[in-house]
Design a protein around this ligand. Sequence first.
Ligand code: GLN
Length: 542
Amino acid sequence: MKYIFVTGGVLSGLGKGITTASIGRMLKNRAYKVTVLKIDPYINIDAGTMNPFQHGEVYVLKDGEEVDLDLGHYERFLNIELTGDHNITTGKVYLKVIEEERKGVFLGNTVQIIPHITDEIKKRIKKVADKSNADICIIELGGTVGDIEGMPFLESVRQIRREENKEDTLLVHVTLIPINDIGEQKTKPTQHSVRELKSTGLQPDVIVGRCKDILTRDTESKIALFCDVSEDAVISNYDTENIYMVPMMLEKEGLGDYIVEKLNIEKREVDQEWYNKVESYDNVKNKKKIKVAIVAKYGFEDAYLSIKEALKHSCIDSNHDYKIDIEWIDAEDLEKELTLKYDEIDGILVPGGFGIRGAEGKINAIKYAREMDIPFLGICFGFQLAVVEFSRNVLKLDATSREFEENNQSSCKDFVIDLLPDQKTVNYKGGTMRLGDFLIDIEKDSLAYTLYKQERVCERHRHRYEVNTDYLDMLQNNGLKFSGRCGKRVEILEIPDKRFFLATQYHPEFKSSIDNPSPIFLGFVNAMIDYKKEKEDKHGCR
Ligand code: GLN
């Protein structure tokens, strides 16, 4: 097994996750089997309870584990599926060691960070690497070198490097090269962070410099000299709008070949297909744009990362000249006044969410999409609110979701979205979510089937509430079609006589990649393109 460790210096949020995923992709393009692990040195057991405002999206894996969004990058870049074991947190490690201590596993010994915590960390890394059958295991250390929380993890890396053969491990340090007011690239922060790294006993093999621009020869030589790495091992990772360009950029910088040489693995031809796909999306001049309004509330972008990426995958895949343009709309703004304009947008997407804040704005947006026949995609909360909207405005029910019960003023409401009877007995919020992969049966005569071309699909979930089956007949008799189910649970809704009005209780965005775009997103993007063309033809401006 070969190990590549990726550490970060100077600042967090440098794009270490994307660098890690890109290293993986470069190796995959050489037909190596790669697996990836993320270490998050926080004390939380997982990311499930974390605020998306602060932390970005909570990503869900097939086994239902709620993890850091970097695992989404790994899955998307590498077209692989990971499990909860691939996300190690301080919380998980300490919990295990403390549980063992209570069971007497340590036979009266003093339980310490070294060796007990570091042994547990190493055990976890090796277990994942061995189980994966991969040739190369990449481990990204979250946070920045020098953080107190990260120390036991760096020490574990040091020990692994000591235990393994020299050519079986590689350490890549990702750092920031700022540019000062007079345009000079500054290497001092990098020098300091490498010194910090060295003080833990770790010498980097490769320095990846995140910079606004490509690194100059002078910058590279300086870094090589001060940080004691070879000049070929100083790699530019400059800003780019399209994150999928990063593997190709690092490839051109020679990182792929350098890694192969250092790990002493077979030199293989690089498959160019993935690079070509990405480049053609990025390069085509005069690409037209389709504009989707995403009605959201958690500070946008990072909180809805997988949705943003899934939309991009669909544009990369389809053989057309359109790029995606996202207009982020604050759901609360739509509560006061509906500012959406059908001639300016080509589709409306209402993503997942929790709680009543902004919900009425989302319902207004769904009503507008339905009445104006604008392509609409609802995901999870967006699905539930589409049921509420339809119940209120078509069935004239006093409809709401059980989720808003605490905020209800009126006593008589139709809970069209509710907890299942057995869930109602649990009166606390944690631990009642339906998480991860579940199979969905698709009705043959439906839009969903046209998109999936399969009668059974597997998708990821993260929700607590469900469509209340007491209302199913009434909803279906009035034009809402439920085309996907999991047992008695309803998973997909659509309105057949609309251009594209579809919503899913699950999250199709979590299983989308460039290699394998989500059929639901592909359908939505194609519907937006058709709608845009239709509008242009009408105005004679195509
Ligand atoms: N709040 C809703 C529920 O718990 C939807 C969750 C979501 O959108 N992920 O069921």
